[in-house]
Unconditional design. Sequence first.
Length: 286
Amino acid sequence: MRRPIQIALIAGIIVLGAGIAVLGSRYAKTSAQLTETKSAEETARLQYAEAFNAIAEIQDSLSAITVRDGSVRMGSSSLQAEQKLTAPSRAEALESIALLSASIQRTKDKIGELEANLNKSGVKVRGLQKMVNNLKKSVVEKQEQVATLTEQVNTLQTQVTGLETTVQQDQVAIEEKRKELATIFVAVGTKKELVDQGLIVSKGGVLGLGKTVQLTGSYSPAVFTALDTDQETVVRAPAAKVDKVRVLSGQPTNSYELVTTGDVVELHILDPREFRKVKHLVIMTA
């Protein structure tokens, strides 16, 4: 009677030991899985945090890229703005634009690196992907603004070039007009020389006496020399004394004076504006 009971107890102990062994194995496996899961969660958390920090850093970089018309003073197409767009200022504007472009490119590189890291780590979070997409959109907007700025600079430079050409043409026209107003035409010679040139004739008198010298009014450009009275106010006549020189043309007498200088007589123009109201100066020397 006792022997069967002992055998039953031994069998029960063996079954219980086997069950305990199985439960221990399962516990160890579950514990290992739990540890692995916790490690994976920690890794995922760190990767998420790194991704979020990277997104924040990129967003800060984008915020620092200020693309405004006012930053390079391209907001106005007025004449004042065009005149201020000198070569140095245009170079500064283009340099600023180049710096903006370089900053945008660095931001694009960071976004690419972030996406590569997310793909490599296997982190799939819809919120993160939405943030990345928004960053990409912001970069595209910045690039479009930089392109607009570049076009504005180039357009204004074209306008400035045209304005400079117009100013130069106006300056040439003004100088030509000034010279036209300031220029008189001078003829100096003896009575015989002036007669031969057709500038004077002798009229009146009796039996060849008492004739007066008069201008013919027929002036050939070939016998005159141009004189810019804004640049030169002295006309020289080859005569030793003032009384040997006569101004036959009608310049106002108070606009000039005759002065003996060495062996010549000089006509000094005192009032160029009055003097050049008569465009042809004819001087006769004895």
